[in-house]
Each structure stands twice: as C-alpha cells, then as structure tokens.
Design a protein around this ligand. Structure first.
Ligand SMILES: *Cc1c(COP(=O)(O)O)cnc(C)c1O
Length: 498
C-alpha cells in the first residue's frame, strides 16, 4: 500500500513514511492509494477475536511495510496492557428507543482519542526506524481538549520522542485543563494559547511547514511529527473500531450479515466521521452517515449548500472538542470523492486559506448528500437530551455524545426507514462534569471540578473514572500561556534551538 498527498498525487510514500512525517511538505494530507475491501468471509473471520487481534489483522491491509509481528506487538501494547478499563476495549450500550451507543472512551484519558493515541507512539517509533529517521521525534499538537491529554498520555516518556501540546486558554473544560496541566513525564510540555482552537491549529501548521524551523530542528538532530488527526496513524486505528463494532453487532445477532445501519458521529475536525466513511468503503454496510455539530455549524452548512465558509463567529460551547471552524480531514474526503483530483484540492484549500471559503460543484454536493447529512444543536438542546436520556434510561452521556443523540433522533424522525442506529459516544460524561451535572441537577455556584464529580456520582450512581479522581492529588506542572504569534519562540526555547 502506498500513500499520496491530497495536493500532489505524484508523491508516493510508504505507510511508515506517512506516519513518521505526519503531513506532506506541500501541506496536503496523506491518503491511501486504494481502499481495501472486506468480504462477508473476512468479516466472519474477525468474529470472536480479541480487539487487539482484529486490529492487527486490519492494520495489515493498510500498513504493508510493517510485519504482521510488529503490528501484533503494537496492538498488544496498546490494547492489552491494562490501559483500557474494559477488556473489550470498546462497549456498545443500547437505549430504550433502540439507538446504540458505541462507547469509545474506556481508555486512560476518558475520550475516544485514546483508541488511536495509545497505539500511535508504537507505530511512530517503529515507522521512524523503518524510514531511516534516527532523529528525535518532536510531536507538536494543537488540541481542542481531548487530543492533547491523550497524546501526552500516549507519548509520556517514550524514548526518542518529545511532545508539546498547545490548547486554547479559555476553550477547554476545567477537567481537560487539569488533565493537561498535571501531566507527568520528562519529555512533555504543555502551553495555553490566547486564542481559539483554530488559532492553535494554524500556529502548529505554520511551525510545521516553516522550512527554516525544519532546518533548525534537523541541525539539532530532531524532526517534527503530528499526533493530530491529520496524521494517517491516527485515522487507521479509528477505521478499526468501526469495523470491529460491526463485527461485534454480527456476533451478538444485533445485525444480520450485510444488514445496513445508520451511523451518527459528533464531529469537529472531521477525523472520526471520515474514519467511518473509510470503514464504509471497506464494506461495512453503513447506509448513511450523520454528521452532528454544535452551533459551530460550518459542516452542516457545507453538507447542505456545498459552500465551506469559515468566515463566521466562533462560539464556545459545552461541547468544546467540537468548537472548530476548519475541519482538516474534509480534505481527504474531497480528494477521494473527486476521484483524486489533486489540482482541484489545491485550488479549494488555497482559497480556504486565502479567502476563507470555497464552493464545490452541485453534482459533487449531491453525491456527498447521498452519503452524509448534517445537523447542529445548541447548548440548551444538548443539555435537554442528556436529562431526557438519563430520565428514560438511567444512562448518562457526555455533551458531545449528546449532540450526536440529538442528530441521530432527528435523522430517524425525518426518514421513514427503520434503520438500526449506532452513535459514536466520544467521551466519558465526567470529563465534562459541570455541563452534565447542570443537565441532570443543579450546579452549586462555588463547586470546583472535584466537588462536581462527587455531586454527579451521588445523583447518577455512575462510577467516577480513577484517572479523573486521581487528578486531585497531582501537582500542576504547566501554567505557561502565549499569544499565537509567540508559539514559534516557545517551541524554539523549549527545544533549546533559540
Ligand atoms: C475530538 C472530539 C470530537 C470530534 O472528533 P473529530 O475527529 O475532531 O471530528 C468529538 N467529541 C469528543 C469528546 C472529542 O474529543
């Protein structure tokens, strides 16, 4: 399997190179030259295997320059060394209305990002060796809250790597901030940025693609890579959990072989839903993909009109991990759906950068609408559904998942098909405790994040994840905060290359 850049089809790299590099030099994203297809027999052969074994078999299709033994080592280390609080790694819960929730948050940082970021360091260190990189790898990450912590946890004290995380100062939940500020490890740095997630992401992209910076790093025996979902090494483990979820539904007789279902994904950077689309191309019988957004509804508008326009107000919401106006992974979808028209992708994404918008032709928009629909939900609706679902089922969902539940129910109400509905559940509710408590009870004005955990447990009986309860006794290590245009100097100073 080889990979191309979305902005240059002539560029060809191996899976290891795509992962080690993170993003192509031309600013494009690495995409597989073809998407492997699975037969009914292939799905059968994945039944009744452990998650780690399923994952290893699927990785073999995409990462052909890794040996099967190497892939097994990676999946064992990520998924079978006690880092997840359930041996199944992911769980499926069913609500009384029949909607199923694919719980992807049983990892060490309580959000779905762990599914990929527990394995990425294992891929990356092996990929670097394979592609002849003997330099220290510097992971530079922009986060809307969850990626940062999951990447820190994944890369903590991994030999040959350093990691630096930038998060929007006022754009993450207090629990997310705590999780990052208290991160342990010799090779980690965390810094707040005075701006929103897009500012962090743009700052990181600019540092990444700055030739002077790359040279300075090389001179010091270092090289950048990315832990954001622009890195193919993030997406391929996410494809795995959708294939695995389908196989689990077959095992449990929830679905018959080939039976179609709908899938809703609460979306920000378009990584998680894109992974679902790849799974669909591979043969998972997904009839329709519902892209759920909060009031940062740039994707809803795009799916409905064909115009992507980031020139709009940015809103801070109770689902901060989806407060994003530039959804990077859409570039990969458009590359595939234009039949790999790299010149067209360059034109649109240059326009997005320079003018803030681009518009796709109507025929392409229609084809996207045949596979995707989008809707968006505000904070009041998000909290209302958390309360309602808890009241009806005794099941507590986080704010991002709640946006997904709103969108899923709406889609089912609008269509008469009685499709089974799977919803990606992206975070443990305790991670966004204040908003969740507000949805099911009242929040005392002076309660801190730990009192909120206790109040939420008293109200719902749901277990507080150990990883969050433990934070209380951890020292805050990182309190730096910089402006977007000072990020580059911060990076230089931390790396000692100023
Ligand atoms: C990152 C995140 C999302 C959005 O996922 P994308 O891949 O960026 O679309 C949704 N919910 C939670 C809890 C997240 O951490």
């Amino acid at each position: 399997m080889v990979y191309h850049s979305t902005r240059n089809k002539a560029l060809e790299v191996t899976g290891a190179q795509a992962i080690a590099q993170g993003i192509a030099d031309d600013g494009g994203l690495f995409v597989p030259a073809s998407i492997p297809e699975l037969t009914a027999e292939d799905f059968n052969s994945l039944m009744f295997l452990s998650y780690a074994e399923r994952a290893a078999r699927l990785f073999e299709l995409y990462l052909t320059d890794f040996t099967p033994e190497e892939l097994r080592e990676c999946t064992k280390a990520a998924y079978e060394s006690g880092n997840f609080d359930t041996p199944a790694v992911q769980e499926i819960a069913t609500l009384k209305d029949g909607c199923m929730l694919l719980e992807l948050w049983h990892g060490p940082t309580c959000a779905f990002k762990d599914m990929a970021l527990q394995i990425l360091p294992h891929f990356l260190t092996r990929a670097a060796k394979k592609s002849g990189v003997d330099r220290e790898i510097v992971i530079l990450t922009a986060t809307s809250g969850d990626t940062g912590k999951a990447a820190l946890a994944g890369f903590q004290d991994v030999p040959g790597t350093r990691i630096m995380v930038f998060y929007p100062e006022d754009g993450v939940s207090s629990m997310q901030k705590r999780q990052m500020q208290t991160q342990e490890g010799e090779n980690v740095r965390v810094c707040a940025v005075k701006g929103n997630f897009d500012d962090c992401q743009n700052g990181v992209k600019a540092i990444f693609t700055d030739p002077a910076m790359q040279k300075a790093l090389a001179d010091h025996g270092m090289q950048f890579s990315s832990a954001n979902s622009i890195n193919w090494g993030r997406l391929v483990p996410q494809i795995v959990y959708y294939v695995s979820a389908y196989v689990t539904m077959l095992e449990r007789d929830i679905l018959q072989p080939g039976q179609r279902f709908a899938l809703t994904v609460p979306t920000g950077n378009f990584g998680n839903i894109l992974a679902a689309w790849y799974a669909k191309q591979m043969g998972v019988p997904i009839q329709h993909l519902v892209c759920a957004s909060n009031i940062n509804n740039v994707l809803t508008d795009f799916i409905r009109t064909g115009e992507y326009n980031r020139k709009r107000d940015f809103h801070a919401t109770v689902s901060p991990s989806m407060d994003i106006l530039i959804s990077s992974n859409l570039e990969r979808l458009l590359y595939h759906m234009t039949h790999e028209d790299d010149a067209q992708i360059r034109e649109w994404f240059t326009a997005l950068k320079e003018t803030g918008s681009y518009t796709i032709p109507r025929t392409l928009r229609d084809r996207i609408q045949a596979e995707f629909s989008g809707s968006f939900w505000d904070d009041t609706q998000t909290k209302a559904i958390i309360g309602k679902v808890f009241g009806e089922n005794g099941y507590l969902s986080d704010t991002h998942t709640a946006v997904g539940i709103c969108a899923a129910r709406d889609y089912l109400a609008q269509t008469n098909e009685k499709l089974p509905m799977l919803i990606a559940s992206t975070a443990n509710p305790y991670k966004f405790g204040a908003a969740v408590l507000d949805a099911v009870d009242s929040v005392p004005a002076d309660a801190d994040e730990y009192e909120i955990l206790d109040l939420l447990r008293k109200k719902t009986g749901m277990k507080i994840p150990t990883a969050l309860a433990e934070l209380r006794s951890k020292t805050v290590r990182f309190t730096d905060s910089v402006a977007q245009d000072a990020m580059v100097d911060y990076v230089k100073a931390q790396l000692g290359i100023a």
